[in-house]
Write a protein that binds this ligand. Structure first.
Ligand code: 8X3
Length: 252
């Protein structure tokens, strides 16, 4: 189908995981996708699969660099009318008293400032043209806190505040806002959180059938393909085996 024909979509964090799956899903519906992330080689490989896509190398932590890079990839008269702000990460699983301030900064700068920088790049144009969709990649960690997750959870609570705030600031503009808040999704999220400790990362998903990046992309696609009078606000999604941020049924 081509429900997103004529749409120009920005996906941040498009080099892997949920971002890459979302880029594929949007392209499968005819969107021209701008693939944004730090890892150029991965973006280029994905772009070869997706007709009409283009790549932009950027680090969402860098405000000026993000705005300039996105501007530079647009042709005269083009504007982004769909943005999925999926760049995000966690570092560490320590209690606050043992946390590393440098890692906190990286998480805050990516998950909170990165979303703000993405919004800054697209929102004025959407409001001026009175159309657009912005999808925030939240998390169940933006609704409930778990031990060892305080800073990551705080960053995702902030994403939810930005989602709600953007809805209110752009009130009446015709721009739609959605927050998609998944629980456990099997990506390289845990490997990054555990600083490359693959065994520890694998243990997170052991004995569980977690959500996949495609499951989350499917929810995003649902939200952005509704009739214009419908704004899907928030989608909370869990693996069937996950009851809460601390309860997961594992097959042994
Ligand atoms: C990732 C979900 O529960 O590991 O956003 O924090 S969780």
């Amino acid at each position: 189908m081509n429900r997103l024909e004529n749409r120009l979509a920005l996906v941040t964090g498009a080099s892997a995981g949920i971002g890459a799956a979302t880029a594929r899903a949007l392209a499968s519906e005819g969107a021209r996708v701008i693939l944004a992330a730090r890892r150029l080689d991965r973006l280029q490989a994905l772009s070869k699969e997706l007709p009409g896509s283009r790549v932009v190398q950027l680090d969402v932590q860098d405000a000026a660099g993000t705005l300039a890079a996105i501007q530079a990839v647009l042709e005269e008269g083009e504007f982004i009318d769909l943005a999925v702000l999926s760049a995000g990460l966690a570092r560490g699983f320590e209690p606050i008293q043992e946390g590393d301030p440098e890692e906190w900064s990286e998480v805050i700068d990516t998950n909170i400032k990165g979303v703000l920088h993405g919004l800054k790049a697209v929102l004025s144009g959407m409001i001026a043209r009175r159309t657009g969709d912005v999808v925030f990649l939240g998390s169940v960690a933006g609704r409930w806190v778990y031990p060892g997750g305080a800073l990551y959870c705080a960053s995702k609570y902030a994403v939810r505040a930005l989602y709600e705030g953007a809805r209110q600031d752009a009130f009446g503009s015709g721009v739609r806002f959605t927050s998609v808040d998944p629980g456990m999704v099997e990506t390289d999220f845990s490997s990054i959180r555990f600083r490359g400790d693959e065994q520890r990362a694998k243990a997170v998903y052991a004995g569980v059938d977690p959500l996949t990046p495609d499951d989350v992309a499917d929810a995003i696609l649902y939200a952005v393909t509704r009739a214009p009078n419908v704004n899907i606000g928030e989608i909370v999604m869990w693996a069937s085996a996950q009851a809460s941020v601390t309860a997961c049924k594992r097959e042994t």
